[in-house]
Design a protein around this ligand. Sequence first.
Ligand code: NAP
Length: 471
Amino acid sequence: MTSSVPEQSPEPPTWEEATPLRVAVIGSGPAGIYTADALTRQRRVPVHVDVLDRLHTPYGLVRHGVAPDHTKIKGVAKALRRILEHPSVNFVGGVDFGVDLTREDLARSHHAVVYATGASVDRRMNVPGEDLPGSLAATAFVNWYCGHPDSELERFVLDAEEVAVVGAGNVALDVARILAKTADELRHTDIPQNALDVLAASRVRTVHVLARRGPLQAKFTAPELRDLLELPGVDVIVRPEQVDIELTDVGTGRPELRRVERAARTNLKLLREQAARAPREGPRRIEFHFWTRPEQILGTDRVSGLRVEHTRLDDEGRLEGLGEYSTLNVGMVLRSVGYAGVPLAGVPFDERERTVPQEHGRVLDTEGGVVPGDYVAGWIKRGATGVIGTNKSDAAGTVRSLLADSPELRAAVPDPVDLTEVLAARGLAVSDYEDWLRIDRAEAEHATDLGRGERVKLGAWKAYRKALGRN
Ligand code: NAP
Protein backbone atom coordinates (compact mmCIF):
# COMPACT_ATOMS: atom_id res chain seq x y z
CA MET A 1 0.00 0.00 0.00
CA THR A 2 1.39 3.30 -0.94
CA SER A 3 0.71 6.16 1.38
CA SER A 4 -0.45 9.22 -0.48
CA VAL A 5 0.95 12.57 0.63
CA PRO A 6 -1.85 15.12 0.62
CA GLU A 7 -1.27 17.56 -2.17
CA GLN A 8 -0.54 21.04 -0.85
CA SER A 9 -2.33 23.86 -2.58
CA PRO A 10 0.17 26.56 -3.59
CA GLU A 11 0.28 29.65 -1.36
CA PRO A 12 -1.73 32.44 -2.97
CA PRO A 13 0.53 35.29 -4.06
CA THR A 14 0.91 38.05 -1.51
CA TRP A 15 -0.51 41.52 -2.27
CA GLU A 16 2.98 42.62 -3.30
CA GLU A 17 3.59 39.60 -5.58
CA ALA A 18 0.26 39.40 -7.39
CA THR A 19 -0.21 41.13 -10.74
CA PRO A 20 -1.63 44.46 -9.73
CA LEU A 21 -4.67 46.17 -11.06
CA ARG A 22 -3.18 49.23 -12.74
CA VAL A 23 -5.07 52.47 -12.14
CA ALA A 24 -4.22 55.91 -13.54
CA VAL A 25 -5.52 58.84 -11.51
CA ILE A 26 -5.62 62.14 -13.40
CA GLY A 27 -5.03 64.97 -10.94
CA SER A 28 -3.01 65.01 -7.72
CA GLY A 29 -5.26 67.23 -5.64
CA PRO A 30 -7.06 65.91 -2.56
CA ALA A 31 -9.61 63.95 -4.67
CA GLY A 32 -6.88 62.21 -6.68
CA ILE A 33 -4.66 61.45 -3.71
CA TYR A 34 -7.56 60.22 -1.56
CA THR A 35 -8.45 57.93 -4.49
CA ALA A 36 -4.91 56.51 -4.37
CA ASP A 37 -5.32 56.15 -0.59
CA ALA A 38 -8.59 54.24 -0.84
CA LEU A 39 -7.04 51.96 -3.48
CA THR A 40 -3.91 51.16 -1.48
CA ARG A 41 -5.57 50.91 1.94
CA GLN A 42 -7.57 47.79 1.02
CA ARG A 43 -5.86 44.37 0.90
CA ARG A 44 -8.29 42.48 -1.32
CA VAL A 45 -7.16 43.57 -4.79
CA PRO A 46 -3.46 44.33 -5.35
CA VAL A 47 -3.07 47.67 -7.09
CA HIS A 48 -0.51 49.94 -8.66
CA VAL A 49 -1.56 53.59 -8.91
CA ASP A 50 -0.01 56.20 -11.21
CA VAL A 51 -1.09 59.69 -10.13
CA LEU A 52 -0.64 62.08 -13.06
CA ASP A 53 -0.65 65.87 -12.90
CA ARG A 54 -0.20 68.68 -15.41
CA LEU A 55 2.02 70.47 -12.90
CA HIS A 56 5.35 69.29 -11.50
CA THR A 57 3.89 69.82 -8.03
CA PRO A 58 1.23 67.71 -6.31
CA TYR A 59 -1.64 68.63 -3.92
CA GLY A 60 -3.89 70.67 -6.25
CA LEU A 61 -6.00 73.18 -4.35
CA VAL A 62 -4.21 72.45 -1.07
CA ARG A 63 -1.23 74.13 -2.72
CA HIS A 64 -2.98 76.50 -5.14
CA GLY A 65 -6.33 77.21 -3.50
CA VAL A 66 -6.00 77.28 0.27
CA ALA A 67 -5.04 80.82 1.26
CA PRO A 68 -1.40 81.25 2.36
CA ASP A 69 -2.40 82.34 5.88
CA HIS A 70 -4.56 79.22 6.43
CA THR A 71 -1.56 77.22 7.56
CA LYS A 72 -3.60 74.74 9.58
CA ILE A 73 -5.64 73.68 6.54
CA LYS A 74 -2.46 73.56 4.45
CA GLY A 75 -1.11 71.07 7.00
CA VAL A 76 -3.24 68.41 5.26
CA ALA A 77 -0.40 68.27 2.69
CA LYS A 78 1.56 66.20 5.26
CA ALA A 79 -1.13 63.48 5.18
CA LEU A 80 -1.32 63.67 1.38
CA ARG A 81 2.47 63.32 1.21
CA ARG A 82 2.35 60.04 3.16
CA ILE A 83 -0.14 58.66 0.64
CA LEU A 84 2.00 59.69 -2.35
CA GLU A 85 4.98 57.96 -0.75
CA HIS A 86 3.17 54.60 -0.55
CA PRO A 87 5.24 51.99 -2.46
CA SER A 88 2.31 51.24 -4.77
CA VAL A 89 1.76 54.90 -5.66
CA ASN A 90 3.78 56.68 -8.35
CA PHE A 91 3.60 60.44 -8.97
CA VAL A 92 4.10 61.63 -12.55
CA GLY A 93 4.15 65.41 -13.05
CA GLY A 94 4.27 67.52 -16.20
CA VAL A 95 1.67 65.47 -18.10
CA ASP A 96 -1.28 67.34 -19.55
CA PHE A 97 -4.02 64.75 -20.05
CA GLY A 98 -5.74 65.24 -23.39
CA VAL A 99 -2.74 67.13 -24.80
CA ASP A 100 0.35 65.05 -23.98
CA LEU A 101 -1.48 61.82 -23.38
CA THR A 102 -4.87 60.48 -24.45
CA ARG A 103 -7.32 57.99 -22.99
CA GLU A 104 -6.26 55.59 -25.80
CA ASP A 105 -2.64 55.82 -24.64
CA LEU A 106 -3.68 54.89 -21.11
CA ALA A 107 -5.78 51.97 -22.41
CA ARG A 108 -2.45 50.22 -23.14
CA SER A 109 -1.05 50.72 -19.67
CA HIS A 110 -3.97 50.79 -17.23
CA HIS A 111 -7.06 48.81 -16.37
CA ALA A 112 -8.88 51.91 -15.17
CA VAL A 113 -8.62 55.70 -15.23
CA VAL A 114 -10.00 57.94 -12.47
CA TYR A 115 -10.49 61.58 -13.46
CA ALA A 116 -9.94 63.85 -10.48
CA THR A 117 -9.22 67.10 -12.26
CA GLY A 118 -11.33 69.38 -10.05
CA ALA A 119 -13.01 72.58 -11.18
CA SER A 120 -10.32 74.90 -12.39
CA VAL A 121 -12.13 77.81 -14.02
CA ASP A 122 -14.31 80.59 -12.70
CA ARG A 123 -18.02 81.06 -13.24
CA ARG A 124 -19.16 84.36 -14.72
CA MET A 125 -21.74 86.85 -13.48
CA ASN A 126 -22.98 87.68 -17.00
CA VAL A 127 -23.36 91.40 -16.40
CA PRO A 128 -22.26 94.22 -18.75
CA GLY A 129 -18.70 95.41 -18.18
CA GLU A 130 -17.46 92.05 -16.89
CA ASP A 131 -14.52 92.10 -19.30
CA LEU A 132 -13.28 95.59 -18.43
CA PRO A 133 -9.72 95.81 -17.10
CA GLY A 134 -10.01 95.72 -13.32
CA SER A 135 -12.84 93.14 -13.41
CA LEU A 136 -11.33 89.77 -12.62
CA ALA A 137 -12.16 86.30 -11.43
CA ALA A 138 -11.34 85.56 -7.82
CA THR A 139 -9.84 82.30 -9.11
CA ALA A 140 -7.20 84.39 -10.95
CA PHE A 141 -6.47 86.34 -7.77
CA VAL A 142 -6.27 83.11 -5.74
CA ASN A 143 -3.93 81.57 -8.33
CA TRP A 144 -1.77 84.68 -8.08
CA TYR A 145 -1.41 84.79 -4.32
CA CYS A 146 -1.02 80.99 -4.20
CA GLY A 147 1.82 81.11 -6.75
CA HIS A 148 0.16 78.98 -9.45
CA PRO A 149 2.69 78.77 -12.30
CA ASP A 150 0.02 79.66 -14.92
CA SER A 151 -0.73 82.91 -13.13
CA GLU A 152 0.63 86.03 -14.76
CA LEU A 153 2.76 87.40 -11.97
CA GLU A 154 2.48 91.01 -13.14
CA ARG A 155 -1.27 90.81 -13.48
CA PHE A 156 -2.46 92.34 -10.23
CA VAL A 157 -1.92 95.98 -9.46
CA LEU A 158 -3.76 96.95 -6.31
CA ASP A 159 -4.13 100.66 -7.04
CA ALA A 160 -7.86 101.04 -6.31
CA GLU A 161 -8.94 102.32 -2.90
CA GLU A 162 -12.23 100.42 -3.00
CA VAL A 163 -12.72 96.88 -4.26
CA ALA A 164 -15.90 94.81 -4.63
CA VAL A 165 -15.83 91.07 -4.04
CA VAL A 166 -19.00 89.50 -5.44
CA GLY A 167 -20.20 86.30 -3.76
CA ALA A 168 -20.75 84.99 -0.26
CA GLY A 169 -18.73 81.79 -0.23
CA ASN A 170 -15.48 80.90 1.52
CA VAL A 171 -13.42 81.98 -1.49
CA ALA A 172 -14.94 85.48 -1.26
CA LEU A 173 -13.95 85.65 2.42
CA ASP A 174 -10.42 84.41 1.62
CA VAL A 175 -10.01 87.09 -1.03
CA ALA A 176 -11.44 89.85 1.19
CA ARG A 177 -9.17 88.79 4.07
CA ILE A 178 -6.00 88.73 1.96
CA LEU A 179 -6.86 92.19 0.56
CA ALA A 180 -7.40 93.54 4.07
CA LYS A 181 -4.30 92.07 5.71
CA THR A 182 -1.03 93.93 5.86
CA ALA A 183 1.99 92.54 4.03
CA ASP A 184 3.69 92.12 7.42
CA GLU A 185 0.92 89.75 8.51
CA LEU A 186 1.57 87.61 5.41
CA ARG A 187 5.34 87.78 5.44
CA HIS A 188 5.85 84.44 7.15
CA THR A 189 3.48 82.57 4.85
CA ASP A 190 4.42 80.89 1.55
CA ILE A 191 2.96 83.71 -0.60
CA PRO A 192 5.27 84.45 -3.58
CA GLN A 193 7.54 87.42 -3.00
CA ASN A 194 6.20 89.43 -5.95
CA ALA A 195 2.62 89.06 -4.66
CA LEU A 196 3.77 90.14 -1.21
CA ASP A 197 5.45 93.22 -2.74
CA VAL A 198 2.23 94.15 -4.57
CA LEU A 199 0.21 93.71 -1.36
CA ALA A 200 2.75 95.84 0.54
CA ALA A 201 2.15 98.66 -1.97
CA SER A 202 -1.62 98.12 -2.05
CA ARG A 203 -3.83 101.22 -1.95
CA VAL A 204 -6.93 99.20 -1.04
CA ARG A 205 -8.75 100.67 1.96
CA THR A 206 -12.30 99.29 1.65
CA VAL A 207 -13.40 95.84 0.52
CA HIS A 208 -17.13 95.47 -0.19
CA VAL A 209 -18.43 91.90 0.04
CA LEU A 210 -21.65 91.47 -1.94
CA ALA A 211 -24.15 88.70 -1.22
CA ARG A 212 -27.13 88.47 -3.55
CA ARG A 213 -29.17 86.78 -0.78
CA GLY A 214 -29.31 87.22 3.00
CA PRO A 215 -27.04 86.21 5.89
CA LEU A 216 -28.92 82.92 6.39
CA GLN A 217 -28.31 81.89 2.78
CA ALA A 218 -24.61 82.78 2.75
CA LYS A 219 -22.39 79.84 1.77
CA PHE A 220 -19.38 80.81 3.88
CA THR A 221 -18.70 78.85 7.05
CA ALA A 222 -18.28 80.07 10.64
CA PRO A 223 -14.50 79.48 11.07
CA GLU A 224 -13.80 81.53 7.93
CA LEU A 225 -16.22 84.24 9.02
CA ARG A 226 -14.58 84.39 12.47
CA ASP A 227 -11.15 84.79 10.83
CA LEU A 228 -12.44 87.82 9.01
CA LEU A 229 -14.21 89.38 11.98
CA GLU A 230 -11.12 89.06 14.15
CA LEU A 231 -8.67 90.72 11.76
CA PRO A 232 -6.64 93.26 13.73
CA GLY A 233 -6.84 96.82 12.42
CA VAL A 234 -9.79 96.04 10.15
CA ASP A 235 -13.22 97.50 10.79
CA VAL A 236 -15.77 94.93 9.58
CA ILE A 237 -19.10 96.63 8.95
CA VAL A 238 -22.34 94.69 9.18
CA ARG A 239 -25.51 96.76 8.97
CA PRO A 240 -27.82 95.93 11.90
CA GLU A 241 -30.97 96.05 9.74
CA GLN A 242 -29.53 93.32 7.46
CA VAL A 243 -29.07 90.85 10.31
CA ASP A 244 -32.26 91.62 12.22
CA ILE A 245 -33.93 88.39 11.13
CA GLU A 246 -36.47 86.11 12.77
CA LEU A 247 -34.80 82.77 13.39
CA THR A 248 -37.97 81.00 12.30
CA ASP A 249 -36.89 82.02 8.82
CA VAL A 250 -33.91 79.71 9.03
CA GLY A 251 -35.59 76.74 7.46
CA THR A 252 -38.35 74.22 7.42
CA GLY A 253 -37.03 71.98 10.21
CA ARG A 254 -36.49 69.11 7.77
CA PRO A 255 -33.83 66.80 9.29
CA GLU A 256 -31.54 66.93 6.25
CA LEU A 257 -31.45 70.71 6.57
CA ARG A 258 -30.57 70.77 10.26
CA ARG A 259 -26.82 70.96 9.75
CA VAL A 260 -27.22 73.75 7.23
CA GLU A 261 -29.52 75.50 9.66
CA ARG A 262 -27.00 75.20 12.47
CA ALA A 263 -24.28 76.69 10.26
CA ALA A 264 -26.62 79.50 9.19
CA ARG A 265 -27.55 80.22 12.80
CA THR A 266 -23.88 80.44 13.79
CA ASN A 267 -23.16 82.79 10.89
CA LEU A 268 -26.13 84.94 11.90
CA LYS A 269 -25.04 85.05 15.55
CA LEU A 270 -21.52 86.15 14.57
CA LEU A 271 -22.81 88.78 12.16
CA ARG A 272 -25.24 90.14 14.76
CA GLU A 273 -22.49 90.45 17.34
CA GLN A 274 -20.40 92.27 14.78
CA ALA A 275 -23.25 94.64 13.88
CA ALA A 276 -23.54 95.59 17.57
CA ARG A 277 -19.80 96.27 17.97
CA ALA A 278 -18.35 99.75 18.12
CA PRO A 279 -16.37 100.68 14.98
CA ARG A 280 -12.76 99.52 15.17
CA GLU A 281 -10.00 101.99 14.47
CA GLY A 282 -7.76 100.90 11.66
CA PRO A 283 -6.54 101.64 8.19
CA ARG A 284 -8.81 99.17 6.39
CA ARG A 285 -12.46 98.15 6.37
CA ILE A 286 -14.57 95.33 5.02
CA GLU A 287 -18.24 96.08 4.45
CA PHE A 288 -20.89 93.37 4.00
CA HIS A 289 -23.74 94.12 1.61
CA PHE A 290 -26.43 91.46 1.81
CA TRP A 291 -29.40 91.47 -0.60
CA THR A 292 -27.24 93.08 -3.28
CA ARG A 293 -26.49 91.76 -6.75
CA PRO A 294 -24.30 93.16 -9.50
CA GLU A 295 -26.19 94.88 -12.29
CA GLN A 296 -23.42 96.48 -14.35
CA ILE A 297 -19.72 97.11 -14.04
CA LEU A 298 -19.16 100.75 -14.93
CA GLY A 299 -16.22 102.30 -16.75
CA THR A 300 -14.88 102.99 -20.22
CA ASP A 301 -11.26 101.85 -20.29
CA ARG A 302 -11.24 100.29 -16.78
CA VAL A 303 -13.56 99.69 -13.85
CA SER A 304 -14.79 102.89 -12.24
CA GLY A 305 -17.82 101.63 -10.35
CA LEU A 306 -20.32 98.85 -9.78
CA ARG A 307 -24.03 99.40 -10.15
CA VAL A 308 -25.98 97.02 -7.96
CA GLU A 309 -29.62 96.09 -7.53
CA HIS A 310 -31.16 95.34 -4.15
CA THR A 311 -32.96 92.03 -3.83
CA ARG A 312 -35.24 89.89 -1.71
CA LEU A 313 -36.67 86.37 -1.76
CA ASP A 314 -40.24 85.94 -2.96
CA ASP A 315 -42.77 83.68 -1.20
CA GLU A 316 -41.39 80.66 -3.05
CA GLY A 317 -37.85 81.47 -1.88
CA ARG A 318 -36.77 82.68 -5.33
CA LEU A 319 -34.45 85.63 -5.69
CA GLU A 320 -36.02 88.76 -7.16
CA GLY A 321 -34.76 92.26 -7.87
CA LEU A 322 -36.49 95.16 -6.12
CA GLY A 323 -35.84 97.60 -8.96
CA GLU A 324 -33.85 99.72 -6.50
CA TYR A 325 -30.28 100.46 -7.48
CA SER A 326 -27.17 102.04 -6.06
CA THR A 327 -23.55 102.46 -7.14
CA LEU A 328 -20.36 101.51 -5.36
CA ASN A 329 -17.32 103.62 -6.28
CA VAL A 330 -14.97 100.72 -6.73
CA GLY A 331 -11.93 100.53 -9.00
CA MET A 332 -11.77 96.75 -9.03
CA VAL A 333 -14.35 93.93 -9.08
CA LEU A 334 -13.45 90.37 -8.15
CA ARG A 335 -16.17 87.88 -8.97
CA SER A 336 -16.15 84.98 -6.54
CA VAL A 337 -19.27 83.19 -7.69
CA GLY A 338 -17.99 79.62 -7.78
CA TYR A 339 -15.70 77.32 -9.72
CA ALA A 340 -16.58 75.21 -12.78
CA GLY A 341 -15.13 72.03 -14.24
CA VAL A 342 -13.46 71.88 -17.66
CA PRO A 343 -14.24 69.15 -20.24
CA LEU A 344 -11.58 66.46 -20.70
CA ALA A 345 -10.70 65.19 -24.17
CA GLY A 346 -12.66 62.05 -24.95
CA VAL A 347 -14.59 62.09 -21.66
CA PRO A 348 -18.36 62.78 -21.50
CA PHE A 349 -19.24 66.17 -20.00
CA ASP A 350 -22.41 67.77 -18.67
CA GLU A 351 -22.19 71.41 -19.86
CA ARG A 352 -24.95 72.59 -17.53
CA GLU A 353 -23.53 71.08 -14.34
CA ARG A 354 -19.94 71.46 -15.54
CA THR A 355 -19.17 67.96 -14.28
CA VAL A 356 -18.60 64.49 -15.75
CA PRO A 357 -21.86 62.50 -15.69
CA GLN A 358 -21.51 59.51 -13.39
CA GLU A 359 -23.22 56.98 -11.19
CA HIS A 360 -21.43 55.80 -8.05
CA GLY A 361 -18.22 57.17 -9.59
CA ARG A 362 -18.62 55.25 -12.88
CA VAL A 363 -18.53 57.61 -15.89
CA LEU A 364 -21.72 57.55 -17.97
CA ASP A 365 -22.01 58.24 -21.70
CA THR A 366 -24.68 60.46 -23.29
CA GLU A 367 -27.16 57.54 -23.32
CA GLY A 368 -26.59 56.90 -19.62
CA GLY A 369 -24.53 53.73 -20.23
CA VAL A 370 -21.38 53.03 -18.18
CA VAL A 371 -18.09 53.84 -19.95
CA PRO A 372 -16.00 50.77 -19.07
CA GLY A 373 -12.79 51.56 -17.21
CA ASP A 374 -13.57 55.26 -16.64
CA TYR A 375 -14.25 56.68 -13.16
CA VAL A 376 -14.45 60.10 -11.60
CA ALA A 377 -13.81 61.64 -8.17
CA GLY A 378 -13.92 65.04 -6.45
CA TRP A 379 -15.21 68.35 -7.83
CA ILE A 380 -15.34 67.13 -11.46
CA LYS A 381 -17.72 64.44 -10.15
CA ARG A 382 -19.96 66.37 -7.77
CA GLY A 383 -19.33 70.07 -8.51
CA ALA A 384 -17.31 72.62 -6.52
CA THR A 385 -18.76 72.00 -3.09
CA GLY A 386 -17.55 70.76 0.27
CA VAL A 387 -14.31 70.99 2.18
CA ILE A 388 -11.07 69.07 1.56
CA GLY A 389 -12.17 66.17 3.78
CA THR A 390 -15.36 65.69 1.73
CA ASN A 391 -13.14 64.23 -0.99
CA LYS A 392 -12.14 61.33 1.22
CA SER A 393 -15.57 59.70 1.39
CA ASP A 394 -16.24 60.77 -2.20
CA ALA A 395 -13.09 58.99 -3.44
CA ALA A 396 -13.85 55.93 -1.28
CA GLY A 397 -17.23 55.62 -3.01
CA THR A 398 -15.62 55.69 -6.46
CA VAL A 399 -12.98 53.15 -5.42
CA ARG A 400 -15.69 50.76 -4.14
CA SER A 401 -17.22 50.74 -7.64
CA LEU A 402 -13.83 50.34 -9.31
CA LEU A 403 -12.80 47.38 -7.14
CA ALA A 404 -16.17 45.70 -7.67
CA ASP A 405 -15.51 45.94 -11.42
CA SER A 406 -11.94 44.64 -11.19
CA PRO A 407 -12.54 41.18 -12.81
CA GLU A 408 -14.03 42.82 -15.95
CA LEU A 409 -11.34 45.50 -15.92
CA ARG A 410 -8.58 42.89 -15.84
CA ALA A 411 -10.22 40.88 -18.61
CA ALA A 412 -10.42 43.96 -20.85
CA VAL A 413 -6.67 44.73 -20.54
CA PRO A 414 -5.02 41.34 -20.03
CA ASP A 415 -1.45 42.48 -20.61
CA PRO A 416 -0.92 46.13 -19.67
CA VAL A 417 2.43 47.77 -20.47
CA ASP A 418 4.26 50.02 -18.03
CA LEU A 419 3.39 53.71 -18.12
CA THR A 420 7.05 54.56 -18.82
CA GLU A 421 6.69 52.76 -22.17
CA VAL A 422 3.66 54.88 -23.08
CA LEU A 423 5.39 58.10 -21.99
CA ALA A 424 8.52 57.19 -23.95
CA ALA A 425 6.42 56.49 -27.05
CA ARG A 426 5.05 60.02 -26.72
CA GLY A 427 8.54 61.49 -26.15
CA LEU A 428 7.45 63.20 -22.94
CA ALA A 429 9.86 64.75 -20.44
CA VAL A 430 7.86 64.20 -17.29
CA SER A 431 8.80 64.76 -13.68
CA ASP A 432 8.67 62.32 -10.80
CA TYR A 433 8.30 62.48 -7.04
CA GLU A 434 12.04 63.19 -6.58
CA ASP A 435 11.66 66.18 -8.91
CA TRP A 436 8.83 67.50 -6.74
CA LEU A 437 11.09 67.13 -3.70
CA ARG A 438 13.68 69.25 -5.54
CA ILE A 439 11.10 72.01 -6.00
CA ASP A 440 10.05 71.54 -2.37
CA ARG A 441 13.65 72.08 -1.21
CA ALA A 442 14.15 75.02 -3.58
CA GLU A 443 11.09 76.72 -2.02
CA ALA A 444 12.48 76.16 1.49
CA GLU A 445 15.84 77.63 0.41
CA HIS A 446 14.07 80.56 -1.23
CA ALA A 447 12.35 81.30 2.11
CA THR A 448 15.70 81.18 3.92
CA ASP A 449 17.29 83.51 1.36
CA LEU A 450 14.44 86.01 1.82
CA GLY A 451 14.41 85.65 5.60
CA ARG A 452 10.78 84.52 5.51
CA GLY A 453 9.02 81.44 7.08
CA GLU A 454 9.42 77.79 6.06
CA ARG A 455 8.59 78.11 2.38
CA VAL A 456 8.11 80.75 -0.28
CA LYS A 457 6.44 79.58 -3.49
CA LEU A 458 8.53 79.88 -6.63
CA GLY A 459 5.34 80.50 -8.58
CA ALA A 460 6.65 80.38 -12.17
CA TRP A 461 7.35 77.65 -14.72
CA LYS A 462 10.78 79.15 -15.33
CA ALA A 463 11.67 78.88 -11.64
CA TYR A 464 10.46 75.26 -11.57
CA ARG A 465 12.60 74.41 -14.60
CA LYS A 466 15.58 75.98 -12.86
CA ALA A 467 14.93 73.96 -9.69
CA LEU A 468 14.78 70.82 -11.86
CA GLY A 469 17.99 71.74 -13.68
CA ARG A 470 16.14 72.00 -17.01
CA ASN A 471 16.90 75.46 -18.29
P1 NAP B 1 -19.64 78.82 -3.19
O1 NAP B 1 -19.49 78.35 -1.80
O2 NAP B 1 -20.51 78.04 -4.11
O3 NAP B 1 -20.14 80.35 -3.15
C1 NAP B 1 -20.46 81.04 -4.31
C2 NAP B 1 -21.19 82.32 -3.95
O4 NAP B 1 -21.41 83.05 -5.15
C3 NAP B 1 -22.57 82.10 -3.34
O5 NAP B 1 -22.75 83.04 -2.31
C4 NAP B 1 -23.51 82.38 -4.49
O6 NAP B 1 -24.76 82.88 -4.11
C5 NAP B 1 -22.77 83.47 -5.21
N1 NAP B 1 -23.16 83.62 -6.60
C6 NAP B 1 -23.25 82.67 -7.56
N2 NAP B 1 -23.60 83.21 -8.73
C7 NAP B 1 -23.75 84.53 -8.51
C8 NAP B 1 -24.09 85.63 -9.34
N3 NAP B 1 -24.35 85.46 -10.64
N4 NAP B 1 -24.13 86.87 -8.79
C9 NAP B 1 -23.88 87.04 -7.49
N5 NAP B 1 -23.53 86.05 -6.64
C10 NAP B 1 -23.47 84.80 -7.16
O7 NAP B 1 -18.21 78.89 -3.96
P2 NAP B 1 -16.74 79.28 -3.49
O8 NAP B 1 -16.72 80.36 -2.50
O9 NAP B 1 -16.01 79.44 -4.76
O10 NAP B 1 -16.23 77.95 -2.76
C11 NAP B 1 -16.14 76.69 -3.48
C12 NAP B 1 -15.99 75.57 -2.46
O11 NAP B 1 -14.70 75.64 -1.85
C13 NAP B 1 -16.99 75.62 -1.32
O12 NAP B 1 -17.39 74.33 -0.99
C14 NAP B 1 -16.19 76.25 -0.21
O13 NAP B 1 -16.67 75.96 1.08
C15 NAP B 1 -14.82 75.63 -0.45
N6 NAP B 1 -13.79 76.45 0.18
C16 NAP B 1 -13.50 76.21 1.48
C17 NAP B 1 -12.57 76.98 2.13
C18 NAP B 1 -12.28 76.71 3.56
O14 NAP B 1 -12.76 75.73 4.10
N7 NAP B 1 -11.52 77.56 4.23
C19 NAP B 1 -11.93 78.04 1.47
C20 NAP B 1 -12.24 78.28 0.13
C21 NAP B 1 -13.19 77.47 -0.50
P3 NAP B 1 -26.07 81.93 -4.07
O15 NAP B 1 -25.92 81.10 -2.85
O16 NAP B 1 -27.18 82.89 -4.04
O17 NAP B 1 -26.03 81.09 -5.33
